[in-house]
Design a binder for this molecule. Structure first.
Ligand code: SF4
Length: 327
């Protein structure tokens, strides 16, 4: 099987954007590829954070990923900072990466705006660490959304630079574009994101979710209950596309365009369908975070060891080719 590599930052609770945009795909792909999933805590250091919170965030993310359906016997889920070779290979790749290529990255330009007061080198170097993450395991496939394709292309460039300078070592990985569209924020923003406070968390209860969905904006044309609407102009409709069966969706679509249903009814139906997906995840999480916690932490330890062994083999080859070897 081909090697698939992916990573996720421990930046807080997992939301629908993470789940439908990435994790649900990984749950499917783990059966088709040799799958490495990294909790990329080193990446998370590039923006301001509270050290005391980090261990809890890492553990919580691992528990949530397993609760979402990542399987211990299918994917190798591990913590990035527990494999020091990620940092070592980053330095090596730094030596073959033209500065201009990094300065052109769209994500860096966005982050530079966002963190204008504290732009650190890591924000610029982030794609090099990503390339090291993938290539350390000789990753061939990287599941990404449209906004990450540039980073996969960059990784291919890094592999090409290294191979042409030191000899054939790394594969040129392919981006595996996810079929799921970007999940809109509850406020209608183009992206559901923790930093924008417009998320629905996968571990939230029906009551917590209703407190957010109930007041959420819908198609502005539906001022009164009797006004017809256009589902395609409504965030709630975009959520129905993720969780509501097709036949029921057709019914809702008709109800909206003919003012046959109100927005509250429509939101209630979305909530009911969403809970069919989230209730089992929340229950599984409670189980893993309680009695199952020790076993999951031991699994992370074992996976860290396994990854260090794979990384050691790659680094031995890299050092040999680069002349980093004592006579
Ligand atoms: S009925 Fe549903 S799809 Fe139509 S505007 Fe209201 S919430 Fe949106």
């Amino acid at each position: 099987m081909k090697v698939l590599f992916t990573g996720i930052q421990p930046t807080g609770d997992i939301h629908l954007g993470n789940y439908f945009g990435a994790i649900a795909n990984w749950v499917r792909l783990q059966h088709e590829y040799t799958t490495y999933i990294s909790v990329v805590d080193l990446h998370a250091l590039s923006i301001p954070y509270e050290p005391a919170d980090m261990p809890g965030r890492v553990a919580d993310l691992a528990l949530t990923l397993y609760a979402c359906g990542i399987q211990v016997d299918k994917a190798v889920l591990f913590v990035q900072s527990e494999v020091p070779a990620h940092s070592e290979l980053t330095w090596i790749f730094n030596t073959i990466t033209p500065l201009g290529e990094l300065e052109r990255m769209t994500q860096f330009k966005d982050k530079r705006e966002q963190f204008r007061a504290s732009v650190n080198v890591a924000l610029l170097d982030y794609p090099v660490l990503q390339a090291a993450d993938i290539l350390l395991y000789k990753g061939e496939v990287v599941p990404v959304g449209e906004d990450q394709v540039q980073h996969v292309e960059f990784t291919r460039e890094v592999a090409r630079h290294f191979n042409s300078r030191y000899g054939d070592t790394f594969p040129e990985c392919q981006a595996l574009l996810t079929a799921t569209p970007r999940v809109l924020g509850l406020d209608g923003d183009a992206k559901m994101s923790k930093s924008k406070g417009n998320t629905i968390g996968v571990l939230e209860t029906a009551e917590q979710i209703w407190a957010k969905v109930g007041p959420a904006k819908t198609d502005p044309a539906r001022v009164r209950r009797t006004d017809p609407g256009t589902p395609e102009k409504c965030t709630i409709w975009s959520y129905h596309l993720l969780v509501t069966p097709e036949a029921e969706r057709a019914d809702i679509h008709k109800g909206c365009t003919t003012a046959g249903i109100g927005c509250i009814d429509c939101k209630k139906r979305f909530q009911a369908n969403l809970m069919k997906v989230l209730d089992p995840i929340r229950e599984r999480y409670a189980e893993l975070a309680g009695a199952g916690r020790k076993g999951i932490m031991e699994r992370l330890d074992a996976n860290g060891e396994k990854c260090r062994a794979v990384a050691a083999t790659t680094m031995a080859e890299v050092r040999e080719k680069m002349g980093l070897k004592r006579e």
